[in-house]
Design a protein around this ligand. Structure first.
Ligand code: ZN
Length: 202
């Protein structure tokens, strides 16, 4: 199976390996690492020792606002993406950017999960935000469906949503209450349907 004639195929394969180790599925690996779908699937089997999951990639555009917990993890990851991208000469989305931001995310997330006495995740697939969903969230940020908002009360930077069928903005740190199981709940789930003005702060 010949690879496309590219001078930096070695770098692409190294990045593909890291993406796959974090659970990235073949369509994403193909797109970011210049491999054909067939090559990505074969490489996935080699790295993971099993066939990739079939079916659609994560595409729930409301995932980041479904719970305060999701929002914290999405805000953390996309904050990394923005932070790294702002320092790059060409702010294009690349395999490097996704891998770098995701590795910082799982580093921070594993400490958060350990603090909350959860079992230490053994693979990226067990973090609240898996890398395939992380990839989808980047596209939502790029299209403006997800926007960063600065909380006027606690100054946390979190994600709100501006979408034709959903507008939502609640701080996952201070506009929540904790139920008996210890889960953070939005103060008002009903406000999901309230109109949201475009925030001035990112
Ligand atoms: Zn807040």
């Amino acid at each position: 199976m010949p690879f496309k004639n590219r001078s930096n195929i070695g770098a692409d394969l190294l990045l593909a390996k890291r993406l796959i180790q974090h659970g990235a599925r073949p369509p994403i690996v193909s797109q970011l690492c210049h491999l054909t779908r067939k090559q990505s699937i074969a490489f996935f089997k080699t790295v993971q020792g099993q066939s990739p999951k079939q079916g659609m990639l994560p595409h729930d555009h409301q995932w980041a606002i479904r719970s305060a917990h999701n929002n914290i993890h999405a805000s953390l990851f996309l904050g990394m993406i923005e932070g790294i991208r702002d320092r790059l000469p060409t702010p294009n989305l690349s395999a490097n950017l996704l891998v770098a931001a995701y590795e910082i995310y799982i580093n921070v997330a594993s400490r958060m999960l350990a603090d909350r006495q959860f079992i230490q995740p053994h693979s990226s697939q067990h973090y609240p935000l898996d890398i395939n969903r992380a990839w989808y969230l980047i596209t939502l940020l790029s299209t403006g469906d997800l926007v960063f908002i600065l909380c006027g009360r606690c100054h946390a930077r979190y994600l709100g949503m501006i979408h034709p069928d959903t507008a939502f903005s609640q701080c996952p740190i201070c506009e929540v209450w904790t139920d008996r199981s210890g889960r953070r709940r939005w103060v008002s789930a009903k406000s999901k349907n309230h109109a949201l003005n475009k925030p001035s702060a990112r």
